[in-house]
Design a protein around this ligand. Structure first.
Ligand code: CA
Length: 227
């Protein structure tokens, strides 16, 4: 999942980035309404955490500006004020949830999970292909009954491929699912990750195959059980 954080206080921004990255999300950061709208129009975000007090205005205006877009991310607003009127205004403005600062990190993550699930109700939390299983909520992978250790990006790549198993996933779609705007992507980074992933899957006896389609992208398919 991709998350956008819109917050102008550097310390809170760093804290949120670390929290969401450790929770397995691909995170981008912006510090103003303008920058947030550009980011939201440029990439498919699943959730956005938005501070209401931003240098160029009320963060709620981001939610309002994006309300007609479909699909749109799930929005969680952050505010320093615990005023009923604020909460009502935020929710009426189209926000999916609302949290008052200071907040408990676990509570933020729990609420993000709820609003993401509500916005994408059909998205399954457990994906499978062949004898490979990905548990998106528990953030674990297994081949048969054996756990499969994956690095963060390997897990994100595999998630994107398994979600579209049997279909071509273009390089661009894969990169959008796995990297944030600020991540440096060398021309061969994705290829290197995929070949490491292939090796791990093979070593674990996973009955899935990742095919490269030169110049287009990749496709994951369940392969036949070996005799
Ligand atoms: Ca602020």
């Amino acid at each position: 999942m991709r998350a956008l954080i819109v917050e102008d206080e550097p310390a809170l921004m760093d804290f949120l980035c670390t929290l969401l990255t450790n929770a397995g999300l691909v995170v981008d950061r912006t510090a103003s309404i303008d920058a947030a709208l550009s980011a939201l129009r440029a990439a498919p975000f699943d959730i956005a955490v938005i501070d209401r007090r931003l240098p160029d205005g009320d963060g709620l205006s981001i939610v309002k500006a994006m309300s007609a877009q479909d699909p749109r991310p799930a929005f969680l607003l952050l505010t320093a004020r615990d005023a009923k009127a604020d909460v009502v205004e935020g929710l009426n403005g189209g926000a999916d949830d609302y949290l008052v600062k200071p907040f408990e990190p676990d509570e933020l993550l729990a609420r993000l999970r709820v609003i993401a699930r509500r916005r994408h109700p059909k998205r399954s939390l457990v994906l499978a292909a062949g004898n490979l299983t990905l548990d998106l909520e528990g953030r674990s992978a297994s081949v048969g009954k054996e756990p499969l250790e994956l690095r963060r990006r390997e897990a994100l790549i595999l998630e994107a491929l398994v979600q579209r198993a049997g279909r071509v996933v273009t390089r661009d779609v894969l990169i959008e699912a796995v990297y944030g705007f600020d991540d440096l992507i060398e021309s061969n980074t994705l290829e290197a990750q995929i070949s490491r992933l292939r090796r791990k899957l093979r070593d674990a006896g996973a009955r899935v195959e990742i095919t490269s389609l030169r110049g287009i992208g990749y496709m994951l398919r369940a392969s036949e059980a070996a005799l």
